[in-house]
Ligand binder design. Structure first.
Ligand SMILES: [Mg+2]
Length: 367
């Protein structure tokens, strides 16, 4: 099989309400869509969503790099995924979201060619269905309580709270949230997105929280504060999840001893499905359980994440709820709270709404 044409779309996905984390507020998500055509008549779709604060990429950068890389892919065999990654690595260092956009399209083509869902190609189902956590923006306690009421009423069981103020205010808010859900069967995960800085103060603050409903604290410290993470790991009774600290398998093997219990794997951090599989296997060998999260992606990137999660036993949780945050999406990945329905369709198993894609496109190129 040969790649005959690539269309790149720079799109803006409109959010129902602004998505707020401690370092940024997003009103829409910028995404780059890869539409890869082949001489077998199969068309695969991929997506790259940048986070400047995590991988150093921007949506403009992904689009610009895709424009000069896409012509080099014409004529190549999309089924040779490992060698395609080697080739991409020879062209450009890093740029994992760019590589993910190509990788996901390759897997979509492979699945459509084999007439199998991507998860089947990666090892098959390890669970019958996947549930997901709902992520709440940084908000006041009053607004957060209101959001929690809405979520519990809709059927969610797992709520991820974004914190990222000073540690004392955050701990007070966390206690209020835990108190608010204490008579429900909900559980809480916390993501600080690197906001805290003093490991001793964190340990001190958490010494007053002993609540089994608090499942873990994600990336409390700056991405490169390995010593701080070790201090927390040695002194706290709450599980720790690494996110910004570990992008890919190279980051993980560089650590002699990982001082965290859990790892948030994102296709956009590691370069797509192929590299996520490597990372998740190495994490498994180190005794670290994984989650697959996302950068707030459309149905394409989210489906790719769910297929990977479905096939790998070491992925225990997912947070891929981008499509639920958009007022318009370009695909039809189906959510039945609190489960996602991957279906049995070939490849990513989603239909692309070409009208929506055209409507949300800011610019596009074709080679
Ligand atoms: Mg995170």
């Amino acid at each position: 099989m040969k790649i005959t044409k690539i269309v790149g779309y720079y799109i803006e996905l409109p959010l129902i309400e602004p998505f707020v984390i401690n370092y940024a507020t997003y009103h829409c998500m910028h995404s780059v869509i890869v539409e890869m055509h082949t001489d077998a008549g199969i068309v695969g779709y991929g997506e790259g969503v940048a986070d400047e604060h995590v991988t150093g990429e921007s949506a403009e950068g992904i689009y610009a790099n895709l424009q000069w890389i896409a012509p080099k892919l014409i004529g190549q065999d999309p089924l040779n995924i490992e060698s395609m990654h080697q080739y991409l690595n020879s062209l450009i260092l890093g740029n994992p979201a760019l590589k993910a956009s190509i990788d996901i399209a390759l897997y979509d083509i492979l699945g459509k060619h084999a007439n199998l869902p991507v998860y089947q190609l990666l090892g098959g189902k390890t669970v019958e269905r996947l549930d997901y956590a709902k992520v709440l923006s940084v908000k006041s306690i009053e607004a957060t309580r209101k959001d929690i009421d809405t979520l519990l009423a809709s059927g969610y069981k797992v709520i991820k709270v974004k914190l990222g103020d000073n540690i004392n205010d955050d701990i007070q808010k966390l206690k209020q949230i835990l108190d608010y859900i204490k008579d429900t069967d909900a559980e809480i995960r916390v993501d600080c997105n690197q906001a805290w800085s003093n490991p001793k103060a964190i340990v001190q603050a958490f010494s007053s929280i002993h609540d089994p409903k608090l499942k873990w604290i994600e990336q409390p410290l700056k991405y490169n504060d390995m010593d701080g993470m070790k201090y927390l790991y040695d002194h706290m009774n709450v599980s720790l999840m690494a996110d910004e600290m570990i992008k890919d398998v190279d980051d993980l093997v560089r650590l002699k001893t990982p001082h965290f219990n859990l790892l948030n794997v994102k296709l956009m951090k590691c370069g797509g499905i192929h590299n996520a599989v490597k990372l998740i296997h190495v994490a498994e060998a180190l005794g670290i359980e994984c989650q697959i999260g996302s950068m707030v992606e459309s149905s394409i990137g989210s489906a790719a994440g769910y297929h990977t999660a479905m096939a790998l036993e070491n992925v225990k949780t997912t947070e891929l709820t981008g499509p639920l945050l958009f007022s318009q999406d370009i695909g039809d990945l189906t959510y039945n709270i609190p489960y996602v329905d991957l279906g049995n369709g070939a490849g990513l198993g989603i239909q692309i709404d070409t009208n929506a894609l055209a409507k949300l496109t800011v610019k596009q190129f074709e080679v």
